[in-house]
Design a binder for this molecule. Structure first.
Ligand code: PLP
Length: 364
């Protein structure tokens, strides 16, 4: 039985182009900071990748800071910018946790589809004249819901606030230009390796570094660059610049699931969503039970957010959307990617329908 991978929002499979770039970089011996020819060659690899990431984000190369991932990039901004923070309720923990640690963060609520209301943000910004950072993700990792970044930016700029946009789940799915003043991305969500990401920061904006040491990354992130990872990231970013629409497959899947369950609950269905993500409930059947059943059928999906501890916690995203706990605990996220084909989606639909029938028969 060929395994079916439908968990691209957790990590996308390594793209052949990223693998090739990394294999080539493994043979580089130089340190990018060394002035000799070996160092210059390693530097060239890093700077070529920087160009590719900068182009993806629509910024200058001088604005791109390579980090160990989106988590570090978000921490760098939030902890180093010295502003009060307004953070949308459905942000990833990579943003929520450092925001909470500042002791000066407030949560911007979302509606039942997971969208923030720019008018509410406007009022929250007006209520406190101190310089603010507004953290809103472009695309939610659990639901795929797309936030109205243009409106968020317009409101923020009226109040002199800066916008930090977590664009991790938007890469390869939406244009990444102009999403925020500061933008974070992660290589492994776009077909690059895990453990490398980037922050785009405006020229001249002071951000206190998290990591002190050498003067790498224009003194914004010390430590010898991860040349191999960065090479893979650059190659993946070039591919991500060409968008891939999984929408038709996702729609086929949702229509088939709806055929099996006319009352199907798809979270965020009333909002704009990227084409690759479906978060769907099977009432009465715990997420863990579903994950195990699908795993036995050779299909990898996830229960909302993948938890680092391997345990499935209740989703703060669904809680913020007002979803009752007993329903949230039955949610499963199916996330498609570049390699997904109709047969993969059909396997999931068959396994889902089978499990639903079996559990309904047992309950009767
Ligand atoms: N932001 C979002 C929306 C994510 O989905 C993730 C990964 O799960 C992260 C941030 C963290 O990225 P990284 O694994 O590169 O630290």
């Amino acid at each position: 039985m060929t395994p079916v991978y439908l968990d691209h929002n957790a990590t996308a499979p390594l793209l052949p182009a990223a693998r090739a770039a990394m294999v080539a970089a493994l043979d580089l011996v130089g340190n990018p900071s060394s002035v000799h020819r070996f160092g210059r060659e390693a530097r060239r690899t890093v700077e070529t990748a920087r160009r590719s990431v900068a182009d993806l984000l629509g910024v200058g190369t001088g604005q791109v800071v390579f980090t160990s991932g989106a988590t570090e990039a978000a921490n760098l901004v939030i902890r180093g910018i010295g502003r009060r923070i307004l953070v949308s309720a459905t942000e990833h923990d990579a943003v929520r946790a450092p925001a909470a640690a500042t002791g000066d963060a407030r949560t911007v609520p979302v509606d039942r589809d997971g969208l923030i209301d720019p008018a509410v943000l406007d009022r929250m910004l007006a209520a406190d004249p101190r310089p603010a950072l507004v953290a809103v993700m472009a695309v939610n990792n659990e639901t795929g819901v797309i936030q109205p970044m243009d409106a968020v930016r317009a409101v923020a700029s009226r109040h002199g606030a800066l916008v930090l946009c977590d664009a991790v789940q938007a890469a390869g799915r939406l244009p990444l230009r102009d999403l925020g003043d500061l933008v974070v991305v992660s290589a492994h969500k776009m077909g690059g390796p895990a453990g490398v990401g980037a922050l785009a920061v405006p020229d001249g904006l002071p951000v206190v570094p998290l990591v002190l040491g050498g003067g790498q990354e224009r003194r914004r992130r010390a430590g010898t660059e991860n040349v191999v990872g960065i090479a893979g990231f650059g190659a993946a970013a070039a591919v991500a610049a060409t968008h891939h629409d999984c929408g038709p497959l996702r729609d086929r899947m949702e229509a088939a699931l709806r055929g099996a369950d006319p009352g199907l609950l798809v979270f965020g269905a009333g909002a704009p969503r990227v084409g690759n993500t479906t978060l769907v409930a099977m009432p009465g059947v715990a997420s863990e039970t579903q994950l195990m059943a699908f795993d036995l059928a050779g299909i990898a999906v996830s229960a909302g957010a993948a938890c680092s501890s391997g345990k499935v916690a209740t989703s703060h995203v669904l809680e913020a959307m007002g979803v009752p706990d007993e329903i949230a605990r039955t949610a499963v996220r199916v996330s498609l990617g570049r390699g997904t084909v109709a047969a993969d989606v059909d396997r999931l639909v068959a396994a889902w329908t089978d499990l639903r029938r079996r559990t309904a028969a047992r309950a009767a």
